[in-house]
Design a binder for this molecule. Structure first.
Ligand SMILES: Cc1cc2nc3c(=O)[nH]c(=O)nc-3n(C[C@H](O)[C@H](O)[C@H](O)COP(=O)(O)OP(=O)(O)OC[C@H]3O[C@@H](n4cnc5c(N)ncnc54)[C@H](O)[C@@H]3O)c2cc1C
Length: 378
């Protein structure tokens, strides 16, 4: 069997590796260079922002993916000799008197239902653990098992793994149309005139999947949701846990760097960081973690999350075209969901049974926009 994967982000690359491990002949076609878009920009938090807002099917999918990380990471690091800097730093949400949304009870209930160990801390306990946080906080919740990884390291390692597995990769190769024969896919055509024949095609082109789907003749409501990030350089150990409050989060790396993210902007494919968002992120730092003000701003970047109206990914076949598959729309959770996506799509493409319920993630499902999970207001 021959499969063409369109898009060299974490979703396309990892699925290509899983397919190749099963003996499939895979070609990855990437418009630019692999791993340069959302997958590089992300914060690497291996936990959804507010998992209690999602349907149960999503929590099961996340749990299945995170359970795969231990073995997947061990194999990736052993095979490539590269570290992805996965670390169990834990995740903490502080609560303040003037919070407009109260996640406390929802978070506690969700954690009990889905088996996530949680600690409830008062002000003193929280500040002892995380002295950079504001003394204005009233209490906090902490998930000690939550892990993070460093996206550039993950992408480098996966790229190396692709080479080792002998996955055929064509960079600077933009797919523009589909080749088909009587309702069955037969390959793709690229902007430079090259054609690639295949039995199956997997659309994994992140935020560009919606536009490309329209070119390929079907509807896929994926749109870019821009996220800007500021990177601070501080003393190592300044912050230990990932800290999250509403949409703001702080991710401490082992070397003392702390990443502050991230905006949620519905501005199309408008690239670049803006002063307004940088100021907003720094203001959230002063409110939530003022002890970080000794750190200096080192760098900023941004990326486009592949947003879907209901916040859920699309994992499945396109009903109007046999052999055309979609793995896209992972929105804020693509790195956390990458292993299970690769596993599920490999099984589906090979025609094998899938051991997670994917009915909520079907392509062509009727979606209503969710104000908590879907596209942000323009
Ligand atoms: C600021 C920010 C913070 C985030 N934080 C987290 C987090 O903490 N945890 C988490 O799990 N997720 C996080 N995410 C989300 C996560 O990064 C994404 O869901 C994930 O990277 C999506 O991967 P992808 O492979 O689908 O898309 P991408 O990485 O965008 O890859 C898609 C690729 O397709 C290529 N392409 C597009 N069109 C074509 C074409 N026509 N032909 C060939 N190639 C094409 C593109 O060039 C690109 O390389 C974050 C995202 C952002 C932006």
């Amino acid at each position: 069997m021959k499969v063409v994967v369109i898009g060299g982000g974490i979703i396309g690359c990892l699925t290509a590796c899983f397919l190749k491990q099963r003996g499939v002949d895979v070609i990855v076609l990437e418009r630019g260079k692999t791993g340069q878009e959302a997958s590089l920009a992300g914060a690497g938090i291996l936990c959804p922002i507010h998992p209690w807002f999602y349907p149960d099917s999503f929590s099961h999918l996340i749990n299945a993916s995170l359970a795969m990380y231990t073995e997947f990471r061990a194999q990736l690091e052993a095979d490539t000799g590269m570290s992805i800097e996965w670390q169990k730093s834990g995740l903490l949400i502080p609560f303040f008197d003037d919070d407009t949304s109260n996640h406390w009870q929802k978070a506690v209930d969700w954690s009990a239902r889905f088996g996530w160990h949680i600690e409830q801390l008062d002000t003193m306990q929280t500040l002892q653990l995380e002295p950079t946080l504001s003394p204005q906080l009233r209490r906090s919740l902490r998930w000690p098992e939550v892990a993070q990884l460093r996206n550039p390291r993950l992408l480098q390692a996966v790229r190396c793994w692709m080479q080792q597995l002998d996955v055929e990769l064509h960079e600077h190769c933009e797919v523009t149309s589909l080749l088909s024969n009587q309702g069955t896919v037969s390959g793709v055509q690229c902007a430079d005139g090259q054609g690639f024949e295949s039995d199956q095609v997997l659309l994994a082109s992140g935020s560009w999947s919606g536009e490309l789907a329209a070119q390929l003749g079907f509807d896929l409501p994926i749109k870019p949701v821009k996220g800007q990030i500021v990177l601070l350089k501080g003393k190592s150990g300044l912050m230990k846990s990932i800290i999250k409050h509403d949409d703001a989060y702080f991710v401490p790396r082992a070397d003392g760097r702390v990443l502050i993210g991230a905006s949620m902007e519905f501005v199309g494919f408008e690239r670049g960081n803006t002063e307004q968002i940088t100021n907003q992120l720094m203001a959230s730092m002063l409110k939530i973690a003022p002890g970080l003000k000794t750190a200096t701003v080192e760098r900023q970047w941004m990326g486009f999350r592949p947003g879907s109206p209901d916040g859920l990914p699309y994992l499945g076949e396109v009903s109007s075209m046999r052999g055309l598959w979609v793995a896209s729309g992972h929105y804020r959770n693509g790195v956390a969901l990458a292993p299970i996506t690769a596993k599920v799509m490999t099984a589906k493409i090979l025609g094998e049974p899938v051991d997670v319920d994917c009915s909520d993630f079907s392509v062509g499902r009727l979606t209503s926009e969710s104000s908590t999970l879907g596209f942000p207001p323009r």
